[in-house]
Design a protein around this ligand. Sequence first.
Ligand SMILES: NC(=O)c1ccc[n+]([C@@H]2O[C@H](COP(=O)([O-])OP(=O)(O)OC[C@H]3O[C@@H](n4cnc5c(N)ncnc54)[C@H](O)[C@@H]3O)[C@@H](O)[C@H]2O)c1
Ligand SMILES: [Zn+2]
Length: 367
Amino acid sequence: MRKVEVISVNLGRRSYPIHIGERVSRIGKVIKELGLGKKILVITNNKVFHYYGETIKRDLEKRGYSVNIVKVPIGEKYKSINQAIGLYEKCVNCKLERNSTILALGGGVINDLAGFVAATYLRGINFIAVPTTLLAQVDASIGGKVGVDLPQAKNLVGSFYQPRAVLIDPEVLKTLPSREMRTGMSEIVKYGIIRDKSLFEYLEKNLERIKKLETNALQRVIVESVRIKAKIVSQDEREEKGEREILNFGHTIGHSIEAAEGYQGCRHGEAISIGMLKATEIAVAMHFCSPRLLLRMGELLKRMRLPTKPLIKSGVDEGKIYKSLFLDKKKKGGKLRFILPRRLGDVFICENVPFHLIRKVLQGGDK
Ligand SMILES: NC(=O)c1ccc[n+]([C@@H]2O[C@H](COP(=O)([O-])OP(=O)(O)OC[C@H]3O[C@@H](n4cnc5c(N)ncnc54)[C@H](O)[C@@H]3O)[C@@H](O)[C@H]2O)c1
Ligand SMILES: [Zn+2]
């Protein structure tokens, strides 16, 4: 028997449960408990539908829901306003009403796009997330950031719109390509470093079990990660109090690498792996943390087959990284903010990292 764990995001009237370890085939039960309307539009893509779509459709219909399916082409470039327009048309054709539901079945791309449509159609209808990548399970589906990309930049249009419930089934990760698995693992390492020493240590000790997709081990790290994100979101939903900002550990440099590569190069988690190491190198150089932490992080990320090498040697354009770093700085009122670790489970926001140090770590430092 699998154990289902329920973690809640506490936001008053907009609080919602995250069911972890529940089978996708039991989605009908989860939705039934919420007392939503009878019409459900499932937004997914061909690949994910092939694996899990029929199971979900069958269960919902068995429970008396009227289900429509819409498939979005695969890829980040379809997280766009044009796709959203197509989906609004589908909402009209299916005669969705205020009490109807949009169910996102897929990775972060589907989550953000479907959530955006749910947030805006009829000024907001019910949204349910069934994330099927590790990254979406531990990150994108929790916290209500929904949106689309514009040609100018990623996630430029969107909203904070919380789902009514999230169902996380670790079993669906069995069909996920290993590179996608690794990109999600990077965010789990992040949670360990920012808030949970024992999660980091669990990863060190149980990585082989996780690599073999042992359900119990996977569930444990997903539960711990979701618990951390749910708590932070409950405290600082709209990223106004600094609390939610610590989730950006590794992301200042990570985002710049992704942008420098025009989002065509490495996966998000791969860029974050390098970003976390570079932020920690900065923390070591500024004497905020010990070199031992950097070694442990590097070791763990390497075992996960995430990139750890100095950037310039892996052929990323250094100039483009700086350009995007400083664009980021402009957005944040002239200060480049880094999340730096003090020790495992403890990070802080630092605004005075000297530029020469950023350069030095990006070029590979003294290595
Ligand atoms: N909203 C947030 O807070 C938040 C947080 C982090 C990332 N994101 C967004 O998430 C997106 C990235 O998400 P992602 O990494 O999940 O990528 P993705 O959604 O592109 O999915 C990756 C690939 O895996 C496939 N796939 C999904 N589930 C599968 C399964 N179970 N079996 C086999 N294949 C499967 C998809 O079809 C796709 O080809 C980005 O757009 C990013 O901006 C949002
Ligand atoms: Zn991230």
